[in-house]
Design a protein around this ligand. Structure first.
Ligand SMILES: Nc1ncnc2c1ncn2[C@@H]1O[C@H](COP(=O)(O)OP(=O)(O)OP(=O)(O)O)[C@@H](O)[C@H]1O
Length: 807
């Protein structure tokens, strides 16, 4: 163990004798050589070894006391660095200590104070900016960051998640500060709903409408804004409309689409499914109704059957409440919701991922139906003694559909069948148990040797290679990721697997740290005054989130909490990381029917200096191809700065109207990445085309096909922005050669993003990092001009459709 001394700038300990001359002492070069400053020096001398934080530096380096310098170890040794305890009252020293456990490769104090390219005045503000301290600023910054690329409806979902899952002390202030971004799309939404293109909402109406939208999200999940006393509430008239909206939503299905869906599904039914389907449809067509219970083992097509029936009833414009007891199952049902949210079943948020349904749930549903029908028939109170079994028709499905898939090779099918049979035998107690010790009980089951993966020194790697064949070249294929997964028995196994798999993916790891809050101990003290922070942060217990979450773009992840089932974010949902922001992560939901739903609306904003020019060119209702757009770092004078790439329409930019717009508009193939992540995309085998923005509302489409010069090197280029006589700002960059693939890949999902187009005429941020650029190309829609109360006039361009769902 190495005790690591640290100090604030210029505050190192100095030992001297009474009669020493202080000036002479201060001039001694050795005085500047402390363990900490020599760590900076070592980071300068060995830039390739910048993976160490100060705290774990002793793993790779040894402190030479006599020479006062760090010398590199020949091999890494498990050596623990201990930072002396610092009380939270020590303020800057306390925050510096916190950062020394997180920041790696720092070459100076200034480096430690730099976050995302911005040098902060104090270590405390660095901790706040990095989200290491938990307060409302975190949520303000999160919403500001997300508003740079997320659509307003995505921001409302995020606002919901912040309200529900984070301790916001002043939600009203959060709302007051961000309602503008959260309601940007509502004018247009109302215009569409009322079919009145001239409708303009006042700021009060916008806020009210925004609150109603958030209330609607909360209602869908069994909550309400009234749970948050400090939050403004939508007007009561609006709340009344929200009730009708539930019915409106259920009737809002396109009956022709549903009829087509039914036709397709019904043709595929197997004999068992068909039999059940006919019985239920007959009961409906003869108007006798009924209660049906279909049971079977897994994979026999129950969900498929339900979806067939749901499509049938919706094609007849009937209301179908398709519910499941868990969010993840609800994802697989057409328009599925959880029973809890639909029937407002009270639940303990900590328990609601439990697979078993509580008796109370049945009783609540029972009460609902009695209320609705105003009689006492059908539902009983407890399940097994319930009276409804007498009225219930029980049917069974027996054909395992997984074994009927024609695309699966016959030898794989045989293996699946063998495994399915073995699992069935285990379930039925037909496999004899064996003891594992001489005196032990015979209650262990021996796995057949064929099912095992060789456990040599590469056992884990063999497992990964077996389950994820060719991962590095397949990981962008979400169909592939959706079909693979590894179950692991303990958290440690999961960690090991995660880090191995992550290291196989290209690109840089982004780390997200949990924020530290001082918990009271009960005797007036603070918890982290008793235990060092790094010890608390190292705890890896069940139900406790990791202190440090490591992610990469493209990595498959599983969500471990029910967050917002209506957009597919529920416990067990499989996701792919699409974008890693500073505080915000964008994901694509890859399982469940919502994975193929339309994309939320994305936005592109033209700033005022461009509006006059482009509003003459871009007309609502038209389709354009736009080529030769330049990428620019964001402009500080405009508030959407942090994660944004501005797209400049320059002299070379070509905007061409596409006359035949409808048929050849491709499905969205965007990929949005942060500007700072562009380099890693350049190394991908299917490097995407870097570019452009999307799109909009209504019927107009804008096709943006940016043409990045092949000599452009976006790898750490140095941007210079200068005023130009012709068009506000001109952009030049110090570029070296690096080719960029011109072909856009078939991206699995799409997303909405925000970017500024053009410039505002003010000085732009130079050398700023973390900007967002859109990758891929798309057809998009131009909406009409929107005048806002804010400083800028803007034209909104919002994406309308796509393959994936951005959340
Ligand atoms: N008639 C069918 N034609 C084609 N594919 C089907 C059919 N029925 C089911 N499948 C497919 O078989 C798989 C299993 O079906 P499904 O999920 O409906 O089964 P399940 O009984 O609901 O399974 P579980 O109980 O495990 O949830 C799915 O991939 C589904 O699409």
């Amino acid at each position: 163990m190495e005790l690591l001394q640290f100090h604030l700038p210029g505050e190192q300990f100095v030992v001297f004798n009474d009669n020493d001359d202080l000036h002479t002492i201060l001039e001694q070069p050795r005085l500047q050589q402390t363990m900490l400053t020599m760590w900076f020096q070592a980071n300068k001398d060995f830039p390739e070894l910048n993976q160490y934080t100060y705290q774990n530096f002793p793993t790779g380096f040894r402190w030479d006391r006599s020479l006062k310098r760090w010398t590199q170890r020949q091999i890494d040794r498990p050596c623990i660095g201990r930072l002396p305890f610092t009380h939270s009252n020590s303020r800057e020293r306390y925050y510096l200590r916190m950062l020394l456990t997180k920041v790696s490769g720092a070459k100076s104090f200034e480096d430690i104070r730099t976050v995302d390219g911005v040098i902060h005045p104090s270590f405390r503000s660095v901790c706040h900016a990095s989200g290491l301290r938990n307060d409302d600023n975190e949520w303000h910054a999160t919403l500001s960051e997300a508003s740079n690329w997320a659509s307003s409806s995505q921001l409302r979902n995020m606002f919901y998640a912040i309200l529900m899952f984070s301790k916001v002390s002043d939600p009203k202030r959060l709302w007051k500060q961000h309602w503008g971004e959260l309601t940007d799309d509502l004018d247009r939404m109302m215009q569409r709903q009322t079919r009145n293109p001239n409708l303009r909402l006042t700021p009060e109406e916008m806020q009210n409408q925004g609150l109603q939208e958030i209330e609607h999200i909360l209602n869908k999940l069994g909550r309400s804004l009234t749970y948050f006393p400090n939050m403004p509430q939508p007007s009561s008239e609006i709340a009344h409309n929200a009730l009708n909206r539930l019915i409106r939503d259920e009737l809002d299905y396109d009956s022709r689409d549903e009829a087509n869906r039914f036709d397709t599904l019904v043709r595929g039914l197997n004999t068992d499914q068909y039999r059940v389907c006919v019985v239920i449809l007959d009961a409906h067509s003869q108007d006798v109704g009924g209660l049906f219970f279909v049971y079977s083992s897994g994979e026999t097509g129950k969900t498929y059957l339900w979806n067939t029936l749901i499509a049938k009833f919706r094609s007849k414009r009937k209301i179908v409440l398709s519910v499941a007891s868990s969010g993840i199952v609800a994802l697989l049902l057409l328009g599925g919701k959880t029973t809890h949210s639909t029937f407002k079943i009270p639940f303990d948020p900590d328990q609601h991922s439990a697979p078993m349904t509580h008796r109370l749930a049945f009783e609540a549903v029972d009460r609902h139906f009695k209320d609705i029908y105003n009689h006492n028939r059908v539902f009983g109170a407890t399940l097994h003694r319930a009276s409804f079994w007498r009225e219930c028709q029980v049917m069974c499905l027996r054909i395992n559909m997984r074994l009927c898939r024609s695309e699966v090779p016959s030898d794989t099918l045989e293996q699946i069948r063998e495994f399915a049979n073995w699992i069935t035998k285990v379930g039925e107690g037909d496999i004899a148990g064996v003891p594992i010790t001489e005196e032990g009980e015979p209650n262990w089951i021996e796995m057949p040797h064929d099912f095992l993966i060789t456990d040599d020194e590469h056992g884990l790697q063999n497992l990964i290679n077996f389950d994820y064949p060719n991962l590095p070249s397949n990981y962008t294929d979400w169909e592939y990721l959706k079909d693979h997964g590894i179950l692991a028995p303990t958290n440690n196994d999961v960690d090991e697997l995660n880090s191995k798999i992550l290291s196989m993916l290209p690109g840089n790891v982004q780390r997200y740290y949990s924020s530290d809050t001082l918990g009271h101990t009960g005797d007036g003290g603070f918890l982290d005054n008793m235990e060092p922070m790094e010890l608390l942060n190292s705890l890896n217990l069940s139900r406790l989130p990791y202190h440090c979450l490591e992610l990469k773009v493209g990595a498959p992840v599983i969500l471990m909490q029910n967050m917002n089932q209506s957009i597919g974010l529920c416990n067990g949902a499989r996701l792919i990381i699409k974008k890693l922001g500073y505080r915000v992560v964008e994901v694509l939901v890859i399982i469940g029917l919502r994975a193929i739903e339309s994309v939320d609306e994305g936005q592109v904003t033209l700033l005022n200096t461009d509006i006059d020019k482009y509003k003459e060119i871009l007309k609502q209702g038209k389709v354009y191809s736009v080529a030769q757009i330049e990428l620019m770092p964001p402009d500080r004078s405009y508030k959407y700065t942090n994660y944004q790439m501005r797209l400049k329409f320059g002299n070379k930019t070509m905007i061409t109207e596409i006359l035949d717009d409808c048929d050849d508009i491709p499905r969205y193939n965007f990929r949005f990445i942060e500007f700072c992540h562009i380099p890693q995309y350049l190394h991908m085998p299917d490097s995407p085309l870097i570019g452009a923005c999307l799109s909009t509302v209504g019927r107009t489409r804008l096709f943006i096909d940016p043409d990045i010069d092949e000599t452009d090197d976006l790898h750490g280029c140095d941007f210079r922005v200068q005023t130009s006589a012709i068009e506000g700002l001109e952009f030049s960059a110090n570029l070296s050669k690096k080719s960029i693939e011109k072909e856009a890949p078939a991206d699995v999902g799409s997303s909405g993003a925000a970017a500024d187009v053009g410039s505002s005429g003010a000085a732009a941020d130079i050398g700023s990092t973390g900007a967002a650029a859109n990758v891929g190309s798309s057809k998009a829609v131009v909406a009409e001009e929107k005048l806002t109360e804010k400083k800028q006039k803007r034209i909104k361009l919002v994406a309308t459709k796509g393959q994936g769902k951005k959340v």
